[in-house]
Design a binder for this molecule. Structure first.
Ligand code: SAM
Ligand code: SF4
Ligand code: F3S
Length: 473
């Protein structure tokens, strides 16, 4: 596998070394707790990549003898895996970490750790050191696989231990994983991002783009199918640039074809795709692969080519719309969702109206809408931003109202359809099932086990959810 020299594949000896540390952590707790299994409370903030990282860290913790709890009050080890994408996310983490001070006072033996994207920023690491001394361990995104060693060292240290190497990134294969879901699994295929959209902190905290070896991905996908997983979501900040610059020559469409060829009844999802790397070949591949979901998350961020240029997105409004057009011709039942930012520095009312018109034109199933949040160290944080916050909020409301109307219309148009859905949850006499295009249908609980597929008939549309019943066989 040819990986640029500044990106490291963690050698197996290093992972073996971590197993030795895991035994030492286990012994430490066995001595201290007199045979009771130590309890870990892992909280995850941010995107699916973080959720997947936490699943691997839980795998490592299980290997150190930990059981798990959701209650920080009873945990011996508390781990917060954090997000830095918007100020709100950072404030939320600081609020939650602050609340742990009381836990630490009541139970001084508890070890508190903070890791993930937020920590990878120098000013955050500094703040944790100065203002949150009760946090015993702080580590960045490139050293997750060294959790046993870091935990062991922190247990023996009276001061806050920080490990936040500033590097391009690693690929650690073969880590244990403790998955949260019984029938839906996350499968990371690439890490990091090279796009440097001017507003975004991710490339700074997650390092350079690097793709896993296709054989390792296929092996993991086969295992998941054999274990009965019904949905596999391929993860990456930029999934569709998978394989770029690698000698194995497997690109994203080829990877999809190979996973699609695995025998079994399962659905392949993926996120997130970048419009500049979404090729006609990708849509043709989706059309040809029956196991690939017809849901496509394709963030457009702004409907104004001028703002897209300032954002460094690498495509124009026209190119984005042409892509959607092609996709709808190649895959007629494709359903799009997207991300959009309101109030980017310098955005005018006219630019915003172009966003509104794009939303009306494309008719997304759903939209993730964000108000621009300046991130320290990114180019956009230094751009003049004359629009007052109240005006941005008013635009934001206009956009979400428009989307709600469009989504309601779309859902209403689905009444009467008969569709296949995955039964995901049950509560109060109802079950919720998800269609391949990611829309949720609520139906009376007829006792079907979670994780099974069922044919449902859509009987009614609410503003963001469908109501239905099991279709007669
Ligand atoms: N890699 C994906 C992409 O390119 O679309 C997702 C990146 S990010 C984790 C998810 C979304 O957060 C982005 O699509 C963008 O809409 C939003 N976002 C990122 N940085 C932001 C910022 N500084 N302010 C507001 N929203 C932001
Ligand atoms: Fe951020 Fe852009 Fe990379 Fe997405 S593609 S993670 S928005 S820099
Ligand atoms: Fe947040 Fe890091 Fe994901 S910044 S959105 S957790 S990659």
């Amino acid at each position: 596998m040819s990986i640029p020299s500044n990106i490291r594949t963690v050698p197996p000896e290093e992972l073996e070394e971590q197993k030795a540390y895991a035994s030492r952590v286990r012994e430490h707790y066995a001595r201290r707790l007199g045979g009771r299994a130590p309890l870990a409370c892992v909280r995850t903030f941010g995107c699916q990549q973080n959720v997947s990282d936490s699943e691997h860290m839980k795998g490592l913790l299980a290997g150190m003898g930990f059981s798990f709890t959701d209650d920080p009050e009873e945990a011996d080890f508390i781990l917060f895996n954090t997000c830095a994408v918007r100020e709100h996310a950072v404030d939320r983490v600081f609020g939650n970490v602050g609340a742990l001070k009381a836990v630490k006072r009541r139970r001084p033996e508890t070890l508190i750790a903070v890791c993930g994207c937020m920590v990878q920023q120098e000013h955050v690491a500094q703040k944790l050191k100065e203002s949150y001394p009760f946090v015993g361990l702080v580590f960045g995104t490139h050293v997750l696989h060294r959790l046993p060693e870091l935990l062991f060292e922190a247990l023996g240290s009276r001061r806050q231990l920080q490990s936040i190497p500033n590097m391009d990134g690693v690929i650690a294969e073969g880590l244990p994983v403790r998955r949260d879901g019984g029938f839906k699994a996350w499968l990371p295929i690439m890490y990091g991002c090279n796009n440097f959209c001017t507003y975004c902190i991710v490339p700074y905290v997650r390092g350079r783009e690097r793709s896993r070896d296709p054989e390792r991905i296929l092996e993991e996908a086969r295992e998941l199918v054999a274990e009965g997983y019904k949905e596999i979501t391929l993860l990456g900040q930029n999934v569709n640039s998978y394989g770029k610059g690698e000698a194995h020559g497997v690109d994203f469409p080829e990877l999809l074809r190979r996973i699609n060829a695995i025998e079994g009844d399962f659905l392949i999802r993926f996120m997130t795709s970048h419009p500049k790397d979404a090729t006609p070949e990708l849509f043709d591949t989706i059309a040809a692969c029956e196991k690939v979901s017809r849901h496509f998350h394709l963030p457009f961020q702004s409907g104004s080519s001028r703002i897209l240029g300032l954002m460094n997105r690498g495509y124009t409004r026209e190119q984005y719309l042409a892509l959607i057009d092609y996709a709808r011709r190649a895959v007629p039942d494709i359903a799009f969702t997207s991300d959009v930012i309101v109030g980017f520095p310098g955005e005018t009312r006219e630019d915003f109206e172009e966003t509104l018109s794009l939303v009306r034109q494309v008719k997304f199933v759903s939209l993730f809408t964000f108000i621009f949040s300046p991130r320290k160290g990114t180019p956009a944080a230094r751009m003049p931003d004359p629009i007052p916050a109240e005006e941005k909020s008013a635009w934001f409301k206009e956009l979400t109202d428009t989307q709600e109307e469009l989504a309601a219309e779309r859902l209403a148009g689905m009444v009467g359809q008969r569709r296949r859905a995955l039964i995901e949850s049950r509560e109060n006499g109802y079950i919720e099932a998800r269609l391949a295009d990611n829309i949720v249908v609520r139906l009376p609980d007829a006792g079907i086990p979670l994780g099974e597929y069922a044919e449902v008939e859509i009987t009614e549309a609410k503003s963001w959810i469908l109501i239905g019943r099991l279709a007669a066989q």
